[in-house]
Design a protein around this ligand. Structure first.
Ligand code: CAA
Length: 380
C-alpha cells in the first residue's frame, strides 16, 4: 500500500493552496458579511482548471483524478468554503454527470463551457417537499411531441442565481414513481424560468442559494439526459460523487480552523505561558489533529475507489458523515481556543464554524448518509 501522493497531486495541492491565499483570503470576511458571490475568483479558478478538474481535456477539462480534486477542495475550503461549494457543485454535480451520461451533442454544447469555467452549473433536485425524500418529486416534465413542458419549484439551489446551465430533475411519468423521473439541461433565460430571491444563510454566505420556479418551460427533447426514466438513478449516482466533494469541503473547513487554532495557541499567552503549553489546549489540538487525519484518509480512500472504477457509494457516504462531524466539532473547539477573539470576525474561525454546519445538511444530511451506510453494511 502506497500512501504517497504523486508529484502531480502535490503540485495541484500547492497550486490550490497558493490560489486560496492570494485570491480568496483577501476580502473573504467582507464577502461573507455582504453575501457577495466571488465572481472574479471563480473566473480565475476556471482559468486554472479547477472548475472541470475530472473532465477529459477533449471537453475542456483538466483530466485530473478524484484524489487531486479532494486535495484542491481541501485547500480552497480552508480559506473560503463559499468558493469551494461553487467549485464542488460545478465539478461533481454538473460536469461529472454530463461527462458520464450526456450525449456527444450535450457535451459539445454545454460541458466544454462548464469545464473551462466560462459558464457555471447548478444541480436542481431539492423541492419544498422533497429534500431528503428525493423520490417525491413534484416538479413535472410532461412530454408534448418534440419537447417537454416543465412546471414546479426547486429549493435551496446552490449557484441558483449565478449559474448559466441547470440540471433539473423532474417527474415525467407520475404513475411510475421514481422510475418515471428524468433529468434535463435547462438554460438561464428560457421563457417561464424564474429565479427567486437569494436566501439569507447562516454560513457559506458568499455562495448564492435560490429557489427556482418553472412555469411551462419548454425543454427540447435532446436536452433530456439518458434514457427515459433514468433521472433518479442519474441524481443518485451524481450525488454519490458529490458527497466526496462535500466531504473534502468539510475536511478543509476543519483543517483551516485547526491551523488557525494551532497558530493562535502558540502566540496567545495566559497564566505566564503560551496557551498551547496548557494541557487543556494541547489535548484539544491533539484530538483535532487525529480526527482531521482520519477524515482525510476517508476522503482520499473514497476518491481513490472512484478513480479505480470501484463502487464508492459506501466510502463516499462514510467520508461525508465523518468529515462533516469533524468540521463541526473542530470549528467549535477552534473558536473555544481563540476565546473572545474567536467570537469576532477578524479571526476567521467563527465564519468557519458557521460554514461547517451546512456540510451536515446538503448533498444528503448526516441522517441520509447513515441510511446509505446502514443499508450497505446490512445488505453485505
Ligand atoms: N446509485 C445508483 N442507483 C441508486 C443509488 C446509487 N447511489 N441509490 C439509490 N439508487 C436507486 C436504487 O437502486 C433504486 O432503484 P430500483 O428501484 O431500480 O431498484 C432507486 O434508486 C430508489 O432507491 P431507494 O429505494 O433506495 O430510494 P429511497 O427513497 O429509499 O431513497 C435515499 C434513498 C438514499 C434516501 C435517497 O433518496 C437520497 O439520497 N436522498 C437524499 C437526497 C439528497 O442528497 N438531497 C440533497 C439535495 S442536492 C444538493 O444539496 C445540491 C446542492 O445544491 C449543494
Amino acid at each position: 500500500m502506497d500512501f504517497k501522493l504523486s508529484e502531480e497531486q502535490l503540485m495541484i495541492r500547492q497550486a490550490a493552496r497558493d490560489f486560496a491565499q492570494q485570491e480568496l483570503l483577501p476580502g473573504v470576511i467582507e464577502r461573507d458579511e455582504n453575501q457577495t458571490f466571488p465572481h472574479e475568483a471563480i473566473k480565475k479558478m476556471g482559468e486554472l482548471g479547477f472548475m472541470g478538474m475530472m473532465v477529459d481535456p477533449k471537453y475542456g477539462g483538466s483530466g485530473m483524478d478524484t484524489v487531486s480534486y479532494v486535495l484542491a477542495m481541501e485547500e480552497i475550503s480552508k480559506i473560503d468554503a463559499s468558493a469551494s461549494v461553487v467549485m464542488s457543485v460545478n465539478n461533481s454535480l454538473v460536469c461529472w454527470g454530463l461527462q458520464k451520461f450526456g450525449t456527444e451533442e450535450q457535451k459539445e454544447k454545454y460541458l466544454i463551457d462548464l469545464a473551462t469555467g466560462k459558464k457555471l452549473g447548478a444541480f436542481c433536485l431539492s423541492e419544498p417537499e422533497a429534500g431528503s425524500d428525493a423520490t417525491s418529486q413534484k416538479t413535472t416534465a410532461i412530454e408534448k411531441g418534440d419537447h417537454y413542458l416543465l412546471n414546479g419549484t426547486k429549493n435551496w439551489i446552490t449557484n441558483g442565481g449565478s449559474a448559466d446551465v441547470y440540471l433539473v430533475i423532474a417527474q415525467t411519468h407520475i404513475e411510475k414513481k421514481h422510475k418515471g423521473i428524468n433529468a434535463f439541461i435547462i438554460e438561464k433565460g428560457w421563457e417561464g424560468f424564474e429565479i427567486g430571491p437569494k436566501e439569507n444563510k447562516l454560513g457559506i454566505r458568499g455562495s448564492d442559494t435560490h429557489s427556482l420556479q418553472f412555469n411551462d418551460v419548454k425543454i427540447p427533447k435532446e436536452n433530456r439526459i439518458g434514457e427515459d426514466g433514468f433521472g433518479f438513478k442519474f441524481a443518485m449516482k451524481t450525488l454519490a460523487g458529490g458527497r466526496i466533494g462535500i466531504a473534502s469541503q468539510a475536511l478543509g473547513i476543519a483543517s483551516g480552523a485547526y491551523e488557525l487554532a494551532l497558530k493562535y495557541s502558540k502566540q496567545r499567552k495566559a497564566f505566564g505561558t503560551e496557551i498551547c503549553n496548557h494541557q487543556a489546549i494541547a489535548f484539544k489540538l491533539a484530538d483535532m489533529a487525529v480526527e482531521i487525519e482520519a477524515a482525510r484518509h476517508l476522503c482520499i480512500k473514497a476518491a481513490w475507489e472512484k478513480d479505480q472504477g470501484m463502487n464508492y457509494d459506501l466510502s463516499g457516504a462514510m467520508a461525508k458523515l465523518y468529515a462533516s462531524k469533524v468540521a463541526m466539532d473542530t470549528t467549535i473547539e477552534a473558536v473555544q481556543i481563540h476565546g473572545g477573539n474567536g467570537y469576532v470576525k477578524e479571526y476567521h474561525v467563527e465564519r468557519l464554524m458557521r460554514d461547517a454546519k451546512i456540510t451536515q445538511i446538503y448533498e444528503g444530511t448526516s441522517e441520509i448518509q447513515k441510511i446509505v451506510i446502514s443499508r450497505s453494511i446490512l445488505n453485505d
